[in-house]
Design a protein around this ligand. Sequence first.
Ligand code: KG4
Length: 346
Amino acid sequence: MVILGIESSCDDTSAAVIVDGVLRSNVTASQKVHEEFGGVVPELASRAHQQNILPVVDTALKRAGVTKHDLSAVAFTRGPGLLGSLLVGTSFAKGLALALHIPIIDVNHLQGHVLAHFVTDQQSPITNQPSFPFLCLLVSGGNSQIVLVKAYNDMQIIGQTIDDAAGEAFDKCAKVLGLPYPGGPWIDKLAKQGDAAKYPFAKPAIKGYDYSFSGLKTSFLYTLRDMLQAHGVESIDELAERVPNLREDMCASLQTTIVDILMRKLKKAAQDLNIRQVAVAGGVSANSALRQAFIDFGKKYHWDVFIPPFAFTTDNAAMIAQAGYFKFLDHDFSAIDEVPYAKTTI
Ligand code: KG4
């Protein structure tokens, strides 16, 4: 069984091939075109997907050692994401499948992130996989959710952000500090040389398992504004000349606050539901402090923790092919007239 997975929901064009349940290739073209704008420009993203998709799919097939005629089905991200970007992957998948007389399988991008934990990769094998039910903290540029995963195809969001996503908080605060986009990896890097206790930022008081990051963003902004005023300067660069280790300390304090907010709710959910299998997924799961927090919580609360390899944290087609593989086993195929959706739940 040979499944081609295609991911094009945001600014990464990715294709992956899974043969008999084992990942053979995972090729991603990340779009550099957005860097100068400090965020993803949807129009440019769609055009870059159009340019990238054929060479990316071609390379994925070659690296997997298969041809298009070996394919059993094409799995593609149907949503959520940017509609113009999704349309490129969806249309490509349909065209290819029609030409080859094989089925298409639509995949929910969020479910894909969760199912990244089941990718069997010969290059970097995941030795242990979560068993059901487990909790998954899904944290990316657009989502912050606690998901109760009951089965491959049965997931329930039990908590989610009521405003910004965790990745958005990283990216927006990084932008204020004058760091490039996406800011999350930069904050992670600078935080390593910073004092995490230097700036105590506001933490939200939201009921249940929901998250909020907009108050933290404002608190971050006001701290900088007050320091600019106190030093009588107008730019972050001028302030950084007067305040030693400014960016590093701000990054470390922000990172520790975000991780603390995320882990508190997750701990509450794990305790309330009496679940000890706990996973993390999505772009922000590449964050070193969050990964360490998972290891620490695992030891402290006797959780089995599941942290994905770096290649499967940010958007990738391996997770889409994996979700497609499970659906193929269930003969869960899609109609040719199905359309992408910009917003959806899990
Ligand atoms: O899942 P993902 O690739 O895609 C979307 O949500 O579209 O997540 C991207 C997010 C960005 O906000 C990025 O800043 C964040 O993941 N991210 C990180 C790190 N690496 C990526 N955030 C914090 N620390 C990191 N090391």
